[in-house]
Design a protein around this ligand. Structure first.
Ligand SMILES: NC(=O)c1ccc[n+]([C@@H]2O[C@H](COP(=O)([O-])OP(=O)(O)OC[C@H]3O[C@@H](n4cnc5c(N)ncnc54)[C@H](OP(=O)(O)O)[C@@H]3O)[C@@H](O)[C@H]2O)c1
Length: 324
C-alpha cells in the first residue's frame, strides 16, 4: 500500500515536471510564431525620432540601420570607416527619404573626445532607438593564456565599455521624453560559457546581466531595454556565408528582432529575447534539456574543432606567402 502511494506520488511529480516543460515549450512556440512585439511607433517612428546604430556599415548593424529607416526613423550611423558610413547613409536616404548623420570612431580606442562629439550629436536629435550593435571577437578560438592582450582589451573596450558609454549618452533624453528602446546585441556565447572565446563569452554574459538590471531600473521611465540573444547569423564576424535553418541572413534576423520587441520567445530571463524562430527553439532546449555542463562541453568541442581548422588555414596561407 505504502509502495503504491509512493509510486503514485513520484508519477504525479514526474507528470507535473514534464507538463511544466511542455508548457514552457508551447509558450516559446506561441511567442515565436504567433505573438506580435511592441510597435516601433511607440518609440517615435515616423515622428522625427532617430535611431542610433553602432557598427552600422556591415552585417547585423547595417540591416538595423536599413530596416529602422524603412520604418521611418532618421538614422545616426556609427562605425570606423568614413567612406563606408557615407555610402550607407546615401543609400538609406535615397531609399527611404529619411535624414541621416554619420560619425566615424573606433570603439577600441575608448577615446573620451569621440564620445564627447557623439554625445553632442545625440543631444541635437531626438533619439527613439539605440542599437548597441558594435562588437568584436577573438580572431580565432584561442586559449586564454595564449590570447593577445590587445585583443582582450579590445573586446572589453568595445563590447562592454563602449556600449555602456553609448547607453549613458542616450538615457537622459529618453528619460525626459519618457520613451526609448535600447537593443543590446547579445550572444549564445553569453548564455553558455564558450571555452577558447572566453573573453567574448564573458563579455556577452555581462551584457545579459547588465541588461536585466538596467531594464528593471528604467522601465518606470518608459524605456524598454531588450537584450537580443543571438545564435549564428551570416556575417563577416561569424565567417559564415550561407544561410541555413539555424543561421539566418542579417536581413531576416533583424526583421525577426524588430517584430518581436518585448517578446521573450525562447529566453527565460527578463529583458531578453531570442527572436529568430530556430534560435528560440535552441534557447528553449538549452534552458530545459540536459545540463549546463553538457552544453559547455559541446561548445568546447565545437571551438576546439574550429581552432584546428583555423590554424590549418593560417599554415596554408603562410606557406602560400612564402612560395610567392
Ligand atoms: N554574426 C553572428 O553570428 C553573431 C552572433 C552572436 C552575436 N553577434 C553580435 O552581433 C553584433 C554584430 O555582429 P556582426 O556579425 O554583424 O558584425 P560584423 O559583420 O563584423 O560588422 C561589424 C560592424 O561594426 C563595425 N566595427 C567593427 N569594429 C569596430 C570598431 N572597433 N569601432 C567601430 N566600429 C566597428 C564595422 O564597420 P567598420 O569596419 O567600418 O568599422 C561593421 O559596421 C556584435 O555585437 C556581435 O557580437 C553576432
Amino acid at each position: 500500500m505504502v509502495e503504491c502511494t509512493s509510486v503514485t506520488v513520484f508519477a504525479a511529480i514526474g507528470a507535473a515536471f514534464i507538463g511544466f516543460k511542455l508548457l514552457t515549450l508551447l509558450k516559446t512556440l506561441f511567442d515565436t510564431f504567433v505573438a506580435s512585439g511592441v510597435s516601433l511607433k511607440k518609440f517615435g517612428a515616423g515622428e522625427g525620432a532617430w535611431a542610433v546604430v553602432t557598427g552600422a556599415t556591415d552585417g547585423i548593424g547595417k540591416e538595423f540601420a536599413l530596416q529602422l529607416a524603412k520604418k521611418k526613423f532618421n538614422v545616426l550611423l556609427i562605425s570606423r570607416t568614413a567612406s563606408k558610413l557615407e555610402a550607407a547613409a546615401k543609400d538609406i536616404s535615397e531609399q527611404f527619404g529619411v535624414e541621416t548623420k554619420t560619425f566615424a570612431m573606433d570603439f577600441t580606442k575608448g577615446d573620451a573626445e569621440d564620445f564627447k562629439k557623439v554625445g553632442e550629436i545625440i543631444d541635437s536629435i531626438k533619439v527613439g532607438v539605440l542599437v548597441n550593435n558594435v562588437g568584436v571577437n577573438h580572431d580565432i578560438p584561442t586559449p586564454f593564456v595564449e590570447e593577445d592582450d590587445t585583443i582582450i582589451n579590445n573586446i572589453i573596450e568595445v563590447n562592454i565599455k563602449g556600449l555602456m558609454k553609448m547607453t549613458k549618452l542616450v538615457l537622459p533624453q529618453m528619460k525626459a521624453n519618457h520613451k526609448g528602446l535600447i537593443f543590446n546585441m547579445g550572444s549564445f556565447a553569453g548564455l553558455v560559457p564558450t571555452p577558447y572565446l572566453s573573453v567574448y563569452s564573458a563579455g556577452k554574459a555581462f551584457l545579459s546581466t547588465w541588461s536585466q538590471a538596467l531594464g528593471t531600473e528604467v522601465a518606470k521611465d518608459g524605456i524598454v531595454v531588450e537584450h537580443v540573444n543571438t545564435y549564428f547569423v551570416v556575417s563577416a564576424m561569424s565567417k559564415i556565408r550561407k544561410p541555413s535553418l539555424l543561421i539566418p541572413t542579417a536581413k531576416n534576423y533583424v526583421a525577426s528582432v524588430l517584430s518581436k520587441v518585448g517578446v521573450p520567445c525562447g529566453a527565460n530571463v527578463p529583458f531578453t529575447s531570442t527572436p529568430y524562430p530556430m534560435h528560440g527553439v535552441v534557447n528553449w532546449a538549452i534552458n530545459n534539456l540536459l545540463t549546463n555542463q553538457f552544453w559547455v562541453t559541446q561548445n568546447d568541442n565545437i571551438q576546439k574543432d574550429i581552432r584546428k581548422r583555423a590554424l590549418r588555414k593560417r599554415e596554408r596561407e603562410a606557406a602560400a606567402r612564402k612560395a610567392e
